[in-house]
Ligand binder design. Structure first.
Ligand code: PEP
Ligand code: MN
Length: 311
């Protein structure tokens, strides 16, 4: 067990925490967050939102504040972008996930967002984490690209310690010597987080690979490994995108991925497969503390938000 993790640690017998976002239960079943990297225009955002909703997504993502490597790159529309997201939510009913990059913006961005995202580059921005904790909003905390699991869980601890229990973790790839992919998507964090923490774990295969054709196989692998959800970039016209144009799925690609995810979930939900998978996913080899408590530690039943929303 990792030392000094108190509130984020999975205690013996403790179940995965379910974070309720306007009725979408993250930590139960499979939750799909989809939408553009950046909010660019009202039309782009709303058309994408309608398309991902129709394909079965549960929440809409879209950045109004973009943490960009270059100060000359598109930085996001700010307040205008948040207002567009608000319209998209009204249009589709999808809860909105959007990033906050500045401590001073947490409370007012929280008025537009259903989930505040803290990005990889800000994972260890401790004052931002504290403000996020004080906001009481659900927080999607991405893993820093150079961070260990221990560091990541300590960051979750900062939010939890402010009295906000609503923390969702998201693995988005780390920097390794391998440069073929944008990042190295560390899917071993799925069982590792399940072993150490009761917080739900999502996977972002878009930033995790940066390569369009890799997003589908890594999404399927993440779900097979027990991820509680996925965050995926989708754009109605990726070629015209103002950020991350090479990794945003088109709508037909997203629809095709959702169909495969549905089939994979149906297969995983078959009683024999479901019990075999729960053994594997909730009792990682050599993790005796969890093994002893496997009955109580099993993940919530496989059907859930995903099946409910698509059926
Ligand atoms: C994002 O999801 O918009 C983003 C910037 O991701 P990350 O923080 O993982 O790079
Ligand atoms: Mn992006």
């Amino acid at each position: 067990m990792i030392k000094n993790i108190k509130l984020a640690a999975r205690k013996p017998g403790q179940k995965t925490t379910i974070i309720d976002v306007n009725g979408i239960r993250v930590g139960e079943g499979l939750v799909i967050i989809a939408g553009p990297c950046s909010v660019e225009t009202e039309r782009q955002t709303i058309e994408t939102a309608i398309a991902v909703k129709n394909a079965g997504a549960h929440m809409l993502r879209g950045g109004a504040f973009k943490p960009r490597t270059s100060p000359y790159a598109f930085q996001g529309l700010g307040l205008k972008g948040l207002k567009i997201l608000d319209k998209a939510r009204k249009e589709t009913g999808l809860p909105v996930v959007t990033e906050v990059v500045d401590t001073r913006d947490v409370s007012w961005v929280g008025e537009y967002a259903d989930v505040l995202q803290i990005g990889a580059r800000n994972m260890q921005n401790f004052s931002l984490l504290r403000e996020a904790g004080k906001s009481g909003k659900p927080i999607l905390l991405k893993r820093g690209m150079y961070s260990t699991l221990e560091e990541w869980l300590n960051c979750a601890e900062y939010i939890l310690a402010e009295g906000n229990p609503n923390v969702i973790l998201c693995e988005r790839g780390i920097r390794t010597f391998e440069t073929y992919t944008r990042n190295t998507l560390d899917l071993s964090m799925i069982p590792a987080v399940k072993h150490e923490s009761h917080l739900p774990i999502l996977i972002d295969p878009s930033h995790g690979t940066g390569i369009l054709s890799f997003i589908e196989p890594m999404s399927l692998a993440a779900v097979a490994a027990g991820a509680n959800g996925l965050e995926i970039e989708v754009h109605i016209d990726p070629a015209s995108a103002l950020s991350d144009k090479d990794q945003q799925l088109t709508v037909p690609m997203f629809e095709s991925l959702m169909n495969k995810l549905r089939k994979l979930r149906a297969f995983m939900d078959e009683p024999e497969m479901s019990s075999a998978l729960q053994e594997n996913m909730d009792t990682p080899a050599g993790k005796s503390a969890v093994q002893e408590n496997s009955a109580q530690n099993t993940a919530p039943p496989l059907p859930g938000a995903f099946s409910e929303a698509v059926d």
